[in-house]
Every structure is written in structure tokens, then in C-alpha cells.
Design a protein around this ligand. Structure first.
Ligand code: ADP
Ligand code: MG
Length: 319
């Protein structure tokens, strides 16, 4: 790392003040961290590459927000409480204004979700960033993909399809008015990781995943890992008003099923646990939209008002 970049880290990434479990933060060769007593560490990493996962000329404040938010979504999907994160940042040049605005977006989200930056690495090269998040979860309460059983009900914490809608708007494939444009931009760059829902569902839901590659693909992972199948009721899929106004119903279903970037949780709950779930949703702790049921067998079957619908899309796959 070139001299000068030390100053950038000092100025834009090293924050003073004590943080939970951080004995030593940024500035030494390693951070020293204390995992809360009796809890397991949940660790996850995501890389975003400029030009692939976000437009290279996008506002750095928004890129930072999105990068941290999608990582927090993985902690949410595990039912883990956010603790710390590290940041690997690769930049074509040390543009102070860019880094300043990036760090502002980053710390806005970090403060909102109470997660502390404890280290990282800064290198020169094509624009990319990797974030690793660390969270805490009680042993045996983490939300795995493998715990669903036939008869469990399937829920999402919010609308599906907006991520695909946002991408179409960003790519200028569709014309939209100003308020819809703002809605989809907000959704794309500032998705709301369902962290508090995930923490409350730990020990209650039988399985969970965050919807990053599309409901079919992600629920498909739950099916595979749990060794069961699923039935989805399309008429129950929660669609946002802006999405319903943007495209015809069939397109909205297609995006809800096979689009990505929704960052809601898809989770399953055994029927005996429904009273507890209802208690939480009645108290407005989070939303739970019933979309289907796990069944014996394998794969996902879709129905619209009771009629079988052949859906051949399996969500966005990277490779
Ligand atoms: P080393 O040479 O030991 O890898 P560095 O010079 O890369 O150390 O980093 C110095 C300190 O700054 C370390 O504590 C490291 O974790 C931190 N750091 C470097 N880059 C970043 C970054 N992008 N975000 C947060 N902390 C960073
Ligand atoms: Mg280094």
C-alpha cells in the first residue's frame, strides 16, 4: 500500500469510540475481537464488482450502502445479530472525493445497523469491493436452509419482484415517472436487510434464506437442502404498487419468481409455531406474507388460483 493511502484510511475509515467486543480495531496488523459469551460467530462475505454488480459511475455513497446492506442481508437470513465487518476495497485511483462519499454511505448504514468496521485492505486495480460481516447467534438457533419439513408454511417478509423492476429501470428498458424512478432506485441501492426479523425468527422458523437470486432459486435452495418440495400460490405473492403499475401482472410474477435483488427473507414455519409468528406480526415487529407450503418430494410447483402454472425459470444464475 502506497504512503498516502494510510492517511485515507485514517481520515475516512478509522472511527474513534468504543464498540461492542472490539478490543483493538483498525490500525494494527489484526483486529482483536471478543465474541459475546455463549454465542456462535456467523461469518459471510460478498464481493461487488464495478460494471457487473453496479454501474461503475454510480454514486459512491450508494455503492457503499448497497454493498453493506446486501452483506447484512446474509446475517439476517441466518438470524444473526450484526457485530463487525471488514472491507476489501480495490480502486483504480485514490480519488479523495470518491472515498469520502463512499465512507459516508458506509458509516450511515453501519450506524443504522449497529455494525462496526474493524479492518480491511486497500489496493489499486479495477473497481471492486468485498465486505465480510460477522454476527452473533445463539447455538442451535441459527436459521439454516436445511430445516424445512413437509407441511411447514412458506412466508416472505415483504414484496418480491422490485429488484428485477429496479434493474429494468436502471437499464432504461422501461420508462417511468419520477416517483416510481425514485422508488426503484431507493430499492436497488438501499435495500432493507431484514435483520430484526431474522433475529426474531431465530429459534422459530424452521429454515430461512434471503432472496438475492429470485424466489424460485432461493426457495429452491431450501428445498434441496431440506430434502422436500414446495408449492407456491402466485396470487399470494406480495407485489408492490409501483411494480404493479410498471408492468402487466404476468411480468410482475415472472420478476417476483425469477428476478433477484429483493433482499427480503423467505422462511418456513412449522404450523405449531404459527401462534408465535402471529404474535410478532400483530405487534408489527415485521411482515410475514404467506406464499405457499412445503410438501413431500422435490422441486417447486406454482399454482395460480388453484390452477397449475408451468414456470420454467429458476431465477438468475451467475454461471
Ligand atoms: P497490512 O499491511 O498489515 O495489511 P494495511 O496497511 O493494509 O496493513 O492496513 C493498515 C490498517 O488499516 C489495518 O488495521 C487494516 O485492517 C486497516 N485497513 C486497510 N484498508 C482498510 C479499509 N479499506 N477499510 C478498513 N480498514 C482498512
Ligand atoms: Mg493490507
Amino acid at each position: 500500500m502506497a504512503v498516502g493511502e494510510f492517511e485515507l484510511i485514517e481520515e475516512y475509515f478509522r472511527q474513534g469510540g468504543a464498540a461492542l467486543g472490539v478490543t483493538l480495531g483498525i490500525g494494527d496488523d489484526c483486529a482483536l475481537l471478543d465474541i459475546p459469551a455463549g454465542r456462535q460467530l456467523a461469518v459471510s462475505m460478498d464481493t461487488l464488482v464495478g460494471g457487473i454488480h453496479f454501474p461503475k459511475n454510480a454514486d459512491p455513497e450508494l455503492i457503499a450502502e448497497r454493498a453493506l446492506r446486501v452483506n447484512l442481508s446474509d446475517l439476517a437470513a441466518m438470524g444473526a445479530e450484526p457485530l463487525w465487518f471488514t472491507l476489501g476495497l480495490t480502486l483504480p485511483e485514490a480519488d479523495k472525493l470518491w472515498i469520502k462519499s463512499f465512507s459516508q454511505g458506509l458509516f450511515r448504514v453501519a450506524n443504522e445497523y449497529n455494525i462496526t468496521l474493524v479492518g480491511g485492505d486497500t489496493t489499486k486495480g479495477p473497481l471492486a469491493m468485498t465486505i465480510q460481516v460477522h454476527g452473533a447467534v445463539e447455538p442451535d438457533k441459527a436459521l439454516l436452509r436445511s430445516g424445512a419439513e413437509a407441511g411447514d408454511l412458506i412466508f416472505t417478509t415483504g414484496c418480491v419482484g422490485d429488484g428485477a423492476g429496479a434493474l429494468a429501470v436502471i437499464k432504461q428498458e422501461l420508462e417511468v415517472g419520477k416517483s416510481a424512478f425514485n422508488y426503484f432506485m431507493q430499492h436497488y441501492y438501499r435495500p432493507e436487510p431484514q435483520v430484526s426479523a431474522g433475529c426474531l425468527l431465530a429459534g422459530l422458523a424452521s429454515s430461512a434464506i434471503d432472496i438475492s437470486d429470485g424466489l424460485m432459486a432461493d426457495l429452491g435452495h431450501i428445498c434441496t437442502e431440506s430434502g422436500v418440495g414446495a408449492e407456491l400460490k402466485l396470487e399470494r405473492l406480495p407485489l408492490s404498487d409501483p411494480l404493479k403499475k410498471l408492468v402487466p401482472r404476468e411480468k410482475a410474477f415472472e420478476w417476483a419468481l425469477a428476478g433477484g435483488d429483493d433482499y427480503q427473507l423467505c422462511f418456513t414455519v412449522p404450523k405449531r409455531q404459527l401462534p408465535r409468528l402471529e404474535q410478532l406480526t400483530d405487534q408489527h415487529k415485521f411482515e410475514a406474507h404467506l406464499v405457499g407450503e412445503m410438501v413431500q418430494g422435490s422441486g417447486i410447483a406454482c399454482f395460480h388460483n388453484g390452477e397449475f402454472v408451468a414456470v420454467d425459470s429458476h431465477g438468475y444464475q451467475h454461471f
